[in-house]
Ligand binder design. Sequence first.
Ligand code: GSH
Length: 200
Amino acid sequence: MKLHWSPKSPFVRKVMVAAHELDCVAQLELQRSVAAMLKPNSAIMVDNPLSKIPTLVLDDGTTLFDSAVICEYLDARFDGGLFPTGDARWPALRWLAFGDGLLDALILWRNERERAQPLQALIEAFVLKTEASLAMLDGEAEALAAAPFGIGQISIACALGYLDYRFDDVGWRAKAPALAAWFATVAARPSFAATEPADG
Ligand SMILES: N[C@@H](CCC(=O)N[C@@H](CS)C(=O)NCC(=O)O)C(=O)O
């Protein structure tokens, strides 16, 4: 299987963390692919017209995106259990959506603040949403720790890892100390240690 991959992308990181947890990294051929909102990449677009990573290409040519779908595919194929069934499924899917939504906002925020003249109202909206998300997640730290480790925790932790990587100035740990304590336990997992974001 070929994965359009980058060491910087938090959405790719979700897939790689899942692959480590499922012990199937060796099955993935990583293709370094540069995805940028302002520069659609024709090499990615052959497999995903949205020009986004991660995109997975199966050996029979079938393409899969986005990161949630790829994670669920790997989980099903490698018999994982990262996507719980029964009552535990809904909080897990909610955390999955929450982490992904926070990442979407952070990526748009980063794009906006790098423009020559950022729209201040938009920046303020991203700050507000990020702070509200951190406050809510801080109140859920105990539940994140108590629930079986899976896709929900992976998504939230990848969003927090992206804050560390690109938004050092936010100082999120001081705003969400219980969440920070939980994150430290997740960051210590081999799957997270092996997928630290890197430039280059
Ligand atoms: N919902 C998608 C989001 C993926 C995404 O936004 N990836 C970024 C890189 S971190 C990207 O490909 N951006 C290029 C673009 O938006 O054109 C997922 O979960 O995979």
